[in-house]
Design a protein around this ligand. Sequence first.
Ligand code: BTN
Length: 245
Amino acid sequence: MLGRAIYHFSRVESTNKIAFSLAEKGEREGTVILADEQFGGEGRRGRRWFSPLGGLWLSTILRPALPPEHTFIYPLMGAVAVAKAIKRLCSSCVYIHWPNDVMIRERKVGGAMCKIKREKEKVKFIILGVGVNLNIESFPPPLKELSTSLLLESHRPTYPFYFLDLFLNELRDLYSLSQVNQSLLMDKVQDFFPFVGKLVRVISSGEERKVWVKGIDYQGRLMVESENGIQQVITPAESVPITCL
Ligand code: BTN
């Protein structure tokens, strides 16, 4: 059902906003809102998302029959679907930088985020917003040093609807898995997460520390162990940048 209905706009403020209001009015699960350009694209933690012509900017409505704490993994699931689609397209060395950045050569090529609407203790709907820099030729500062696109990496343009198809196929598989076998889904996430077993630098609660990465749990939290053996979890909300040592 993912992508059974697709609303395609040329220029909107944010596909997330349109998807949210459609979902509030009862739009079915799987509907995709797609835009060629956004003038108020939303990123995580209230950041702006650079969304000119040349990217894939979309939001989809999910209505999983799962308790809220089992859906915190969904932004990562979106990022993994992007990474798998990129891998199919150009077999680039693509990986996930926790919590949800899709990276090539230490630069961000895409990202995913979720907005959850709860009713009592249940999930009413989730808006999964995904952005992929497909055919973007250049980025303004400060993104210039931090971002990349498939065009810059592969020197070939990508047809957006072809990429959309690849992405939705991957997302369909991962989303189905999320409803029946969360630990298998976690395995798929870890396939794209190269930090397990590595010593990294994290900034958590404003403090910089060195920790060993143990993995990501089903709530999307980073499981780490300090150099003196203390186990800890860091939530995506703390959003600590991690750097390999
Ligand atoms: C991140 O901060 O890494 C997540 C970025 C998600 C951006 C996408 S673009 C399509 C959708 N609509 C928005 O306004 N944001 C998301």
